[in-house]
Design a protein around this ligand. Structure first.
Ligand code: NDP
Ligand code: ZN
Length: 180
């Protein structure tokens, strides 16, 4: 199968799995917009060419947020993709606060592929926090999210300078917008 076919197979699969989900902002965008944006950031800003990383980016929330399993991804897209998806999947049996703490602690130990996916994920979410935030989030909660994102990203540095610089500029702009 060609690389393009595999990429589009992943986009098609993720779109179907996320089909009933919406992002939390008041625009209520289809959920799939987010993983597609994460993959697009990786190529456009991060200059990534590795198809497995791009596929894992497209699939990065399927196990966490839909009934998709590691085994399914392993069968369809192979072990490298499945293991990167699992690296960026939170354990949903843990309380929210614990999961947030673990993301900060685990970040430095991720593979280079998973680090870049996580960095693009935080970029996409903080862009949303600035421009299309979850409904009912106070200014304080939005600022707390940005700060937590910075703490996670501190552990992801050293792998993709373009993404890191883009993140650093974004955080300054996002804080200005949230406070305005
Ligand atoms: P959530 O984890 O509930 O929501 C953020 C996540 O939602 C993102 O990481 C993203 O994950 C997804 N998401 C979906 N739509 C959007 C969007 N439009 N913009 C941004 N993200 C979106 O929230 P928190 O990160 O705040 O986690 C809960 C924590 O917040 C708890 O630890 C609690 O203590 C604290 N809290 C704070 C409050 C306050 O006022 N300060 C109030 C209540 C709780 P993905 O990439 O996976 O889609
Ligand atoms: Zn995500």
């Amino acid at each position: 199968m060609s690389k393009t076919t595999k990429l589009l197979q992943a986009a098609n699969f993720a779109a179907r799995r996320h089909r009933r989900q919406k992002r939390k902002g008041e625009n209520g965008e289809p959920y799939i917009n987010h993983p597609l944006e994460v993959a697009h950031l990786l190529t456009r800003i991060g200059n990534l060419k590795d198809t497995d990383i791009l596929i894992a980016a497209i699939l990065h929330d399927t196990v966490e947020d839909t009934k998709t399993t590691e085994e399914e991804i392993n069968e369809m897209f192979g072990k490298a993709v499945a293991s990167m998806v699992m690296e960026v999947t939170d354990d949903k049996t843990l309380p929210k606060a614990e999961r947030k703490k673990l993301q900060v602690e685990h970040a430095p130990h991720l593979s280079d592929g998973a680090k870049q996916i996580k960095l693009a994920d935080k970029i996409s979410n903080i862009e949303d926090i600035a421009d299309n935030p979850p409904e009912d989030w106070s200014i304080e909660r939005r600022l707390e999210y940005i700060e937590w994102g910075e703490n996670v990203v501190a552990g992801l540095r050293g792998v993709n300078e373009n993404l890191e610089n883009y993140f650093d500029d974004l955080v300054v702009k996002a804080r200005e917008k949230v406070k305005a």
